[in-house]
Ligand binder design. Structure first.
Ligand SMILES: Cc1ncc(COP(=O)(O)O)c(C=O)c1O
Ligand SMILES: [Zn+2]
Length: 501
């Protein structure tokens, strides 16, 4: 094995063991797709008592020079014994790490400052990314502080634009897929970076800067919770938070600060749970049958239906820690969110509510001891009523590629909003009615009858200038506002040549 880089860390391919110099190597340059893992020189680790988490945990973070540290004002969130909640769900030692107290209300604020610090240290001056809202909002908050040093381009799907929350900034460009999903935005961002290699693709889970930043929630909690943590619960998408937390626990074990690894428990929603599917099959790899092609759900920040690339790493974290992956249903999530409001007075997002729902279910099933010490990473709350940036460009699918045109603030309206307007008009609902993709049309929700449905579909035909055939008027297509939006998207986007409409 080679020397520690800067005496501090090593970047090593998990597959072939090749070591890399200090630089941005998300994946091995030889083994396609393999993770370049970070290992820290534990013999040299000295954690400080600094008030800035990046400074305090510097020796366990991927930065070479203390000069590079950015104090983003993030972290140091409360962590408390949730006695009332615990009583309600049958667990005596539930601790909430309250990441809703972060500057933009989510745990992703931990990544904004570290990503920008790493990129500045490495001389990376422009990068491209996509997001369901939270990580980009956190990145934007820090990127906007360095207008002369760094530029960010963001690809975002139709209904996720409103989840980006910052005023327009000169060094941030927004590409909006007004007819596209989060998956489309991800694909378009890839296409963009392949065609513009001068823009560094930030690579999500594979970016050690993003991934490693998230573990500080756990590092703080270890200092805050008076007993050893036995279970760590988190709502997972790519599970970079859970994976880096596993790494942090291994590091604390190596430093002799904890005696046992906490079990890593990843939670996903029933409508988008590829990790749980693969886990429950006992498979080492995620396969086609686990993948959710058109993900939807209440938990907007975890709508990643295909996580094949990362699953083996996440699985290893769960296996080696004695953890597992588990599903929460929408009903359980709604109840859990309300329960947290009632018992702890805390308003949390559905992604966070998944952890509460899962803990409750596991306790009821006898899979958790009543006195187990449990850390729930309450990763965020919804930002309500905050401004979104005006998109700069519209991106639309064009065969197997994409077209990019300057955005027109008057003409460009997303599919979801158009569906909402049709629904509001046709049902004479108040104009400020809040409808989202999970709003049910038939039973519950808006409770349209068959005549109402037919009228709705005729109004949609007029709005979108398309034909909806009788065999498309199915409960599957007309279950929720989101499934209708999906149907409309399939009608107005030009699919790759040869693909069915
Ligand atoms: C609030 C919140 N919780 C959890 C997650 C899941 O993150 P991960 O990618 O670490 O699985 C996200 C991702 O965007 C998020 O925004
Ligand atoms: Zn390799």
């Amino acid at each position: 094995m080679g020397d520690w880089l800067g005496g501090k860390l090593r970047l090593t391919c998990v597959q072939c063991g090749r070591e890399f110099p200090w630089g941005f190597y998300p994946q091995c340059t030889v083994c396609a797709g393999a993770l370049v893992e970070i290992e820290y020189n534990l013999a040299r680790v000295r954690l400080t008592s600094s008030g800035c988490p990046m400074d305090r945990f510097f020796d366990l973070l991927p930065l070479m020079s203390r000069e590079s540290i950015i104090d983003g004002g993030d972290g140091n969130t409360p962590c408390f014994h949730a006695r009332e909640l615990g009583r309600a769900i049958g667990l005596d030692k539930v601790y909430i790490k309250d990441e809703t107290k972060q500057p933009t209300l989510t745990t992703k604020d931990r990544m904004g400052a570290l990503v920008v610090a790493v990129f500045r240290e490495l001389g990376i001056r422009q990068f491209v990314t996509s997001s369901t809202g939270n990580s980009c909002t956190s990145l934007a908050r820090i990127v906007s502080r360095y207008p002369d040093d760094i530029r960010m381009s963001i690809f975002v799907g139709d209904e996720f634009l409103q989840r980006l929350n910052w005023p327009n900034e000169p060094n941030i460009t927004v590409y909006w897929l007004k007819n596209g999903t989060f998956v489309d935005a991800h694909e378009a961002a890839r296409w963009f970076s392949q065609n513009h290699p001068e823009w560094v693709s930030e690579r999500g889970f594979f970016s050690f800067a993003k991934r490693e930043s998230l573990k500080t929630a756990y590092l703080e909690a270890v200092e805050q919770i008076p007993e050893p943590i036995e279970y760590y619960f988190q709502g997972i998408s790519s599970a970079m938070g859970l994976y880096s937390t596993f790494g942090a626990a291994q590091q604390l074990l190596g430093l002799g600060r904890i005696a046992r690894l906490p079990a890593m428990v990843g939670v996903q929603e029933e409508t988008c749970n590829p990790m749980v599917r693969a886990w429950e099959r006992g498979a080492e790899r995620m396969e086609e049958q686990d993948i959710i092609r058109r993900p939807h759900g209440l938990s907007k920040s975890t709508l990643r239906g295909d996580s094949r690339m990362v699953y083996p790493y996440v699985r290893r974290a769960m296996v080696e820690s004695g953890g597992f992956a588990v599903t929460a249903t929408q009903e359980e999530m709604r109840e859990a969110r309300e329960l947290v409001r009632q018992t702890e007075g805390l308003d949390i997002c559905y992604t966070s509510a998944m952890t509460v729902a899962a803990a409750r279910k596991l306790a009821q099933a006898g899979r958790l001891r009543r006195d187990a010490v449990i850390m729930l990473n309450i990763t965020g709350a919804d930002r309500v009523g905050q401004p979104s940036p005006m998109p700069h460009y519209i991106v639309e699918r064009d065969g197997s590629g994409w077209t990019v045109t300057p955005a027109d603030p008057v003409r460009d309206v997303g599919v979801m909003e158009r569906v909402r307007q049709v629904l509001v008009e046709q049902n004479r609902l108040p104009t400020d009615t809040r409808i989202d993709s999970e709003t049910r049309l038939v039973d519950g929700g808006l409770a349209l009858d068959s005549v109402g449905l037919l009228e709705f579909s005729l109004a949609l035909e007029r709005e979108f200038g398309c034909h909806i055939s009788e065999n498309e008027l199915t409960p599957q297509h007309f279950a929720t506002v989101g499934t209708v939006a999906d149907l409309m998207r399939s009608k107005i986007t030009r699919e790759p040549a040869g693909a069915p409409n």
